[in-house]
Design a protein around this ligand. Structure first.
Ligand code: NAD
Ligand code: UDP
Length: 309
């Protein structure tokens, strides 16, 4: 099986490439290095089943593959807000290009969608049937609306052209290979704790997220890709243990044995107050449950950042 992993040099993509190679499959990693880095895949470069292609998926690409995983898109607000138009193009033009490729090749394709399609949700936990509460013109809109449009494209290519699609709504995921400058909360807090700097909470710290360790997510992604072609999702995958950002900051200070303090900065625009997946569909369809407890995942991630900073 030949797999195209778009965004394969990023955080999630690099773990997926590694896992596919461990299963003895071939991997074509396509990345424009907007947020990805070669370091994440340097151990894979000598593997004869691995190929790296520097390419921006907003432009068409012609390759021969059996399966496509679309992970290309900056995922951190700090990163996608730097270039909102490119972020939208990546989700919209990029999806059209990869879906066109799938259609020509009869290749199954998975879209890494996001809990952000629910915006600042008015119901919790979020079920797949919930339409969301999203601002179309705020600072997060390039990401949220781009991902919503991509879901529409995936759904319509399936309905109109019979393309085998899988739409996976990923909730906050963390682990090794996150970039030091990524800007998302777990990497920020761990780096600040290890450097003895103050942990920066945006707002009052009472906003919630649920954090899934990368290995659990990759397992869910591969299991979803292998489901019957009639099941296209969308399907939530993530952890459902809800934490406030204040409790996350305190946990990280303890686990890193740090003397850092916590400071409260201005809240950021349209920051969702709560987020928690309803995982019933993933349980029913792929019998999937997150296994790695938060503390164990955080400890592994702290060890990783100790080795890179
Ligand atoms: P990341 O920023 O580490 O990785 C994204 C990768 O895509 C990078 O390697 C980047 O260089 C590449 N990329 C960006 N634009 C591209 C383009 N136009 N052409 C080719 N490559 C491009 O982010 P991540 O956390 O690994 O996220 C991977 C995917 O999963 C993203 O699509 C993201 O939206 C989705 N997702 C992630 C999370 C999470 O918590 N990590 C949650 C929900 C959804
Ligand atoms: N956050 C924070 N301090 C940071 C980075 C993020 O308090 O240094 C908060 C952010 O405002 C949000 C939560 O942590 O409420 C998760 O942010 P992240 O960017 O990791 O992901 P997302 O908002 O996309 O879920």
């Amino acid at each position: 099986m030949v797999n195209l992993v778009a965004g394969g040099a990023g955080f999630i993509g690099s773990h997926l490439c590694k896992k596919l190679l461990e299963k003895n499959e071939q991997v074509l990693c396509v990345d424009n290095f907007y947020t990805g880095k070669k370091d994440n895949i340097k151990d894979l470069l000598n593997n004869s089943k691995f190929e790296l292609v520097r390419h921006d998926i907003t432009f068409p690409l012609y390759l021969e593959v059996d399966r496509i995983y679309n992970l290309a898109c900056p995922a951190s607000p700090k990163q996608y807000e730097k270039n909102p138009v490119q972020t939208l193009k990546t989700s919209v033009h990029g999806s059209i290009n990869l879906l066109g490729l799938s259609k020509r090749l009869n290749a199954r394709i998975l879209q890494s969608s996001t809990s952000e399609v629910y915006g600042d949700p008015l119901e919790s936990p979020q079920r797949e049937e919930y339409f969301g509460n999203v601002n179309p013109i705020g600072s997060r809109s390039c990401y949220d609306e781009g991902k919503r449009c991509a879901e529409t494209l995936f759904n319509d290519y399936h309905k109109q052209h019979g393309v085998e699609v899988k739409i996976m709504r990923i909730f906050n995921t963390y682990g090794p290979n996150m970039d030091v400058d990524d800007g998302r909360v777990i990497s920020n807090f761990i780096i600040q704790a290890l450097k003895g700097e103050s942990l920066t909470i945006y707002g009052d710290g009472q906003q919630t997220r649920c954090f899934c360790y990368i290995n659990d997510l990759i397992e869910g992604m591969l299991d979803f890709m292998n489901t019957d072609k009639s099941f296209i999702g969308p399907m939530n995958v993530g952890n459902d243990e809800e934490e406030t950002m204040l409790s996350i900051a305190e946990k990280i200070i303890n686990l890193a044995k740090s003397k850092s303090k916590i400071i409260f900065l201005d809240p950021v625009e349209d920051d969702p107050r709560q987020r928690k997946p309803d995982l019933s569909l993933a349980k029913k369809k792929i019998n999937w449950n997150p296994k790695v407890p938060l503390e164990a995942g955080l400890l592994r991630t702290i060890e990783y950042f100790k080795s890179v900073i």
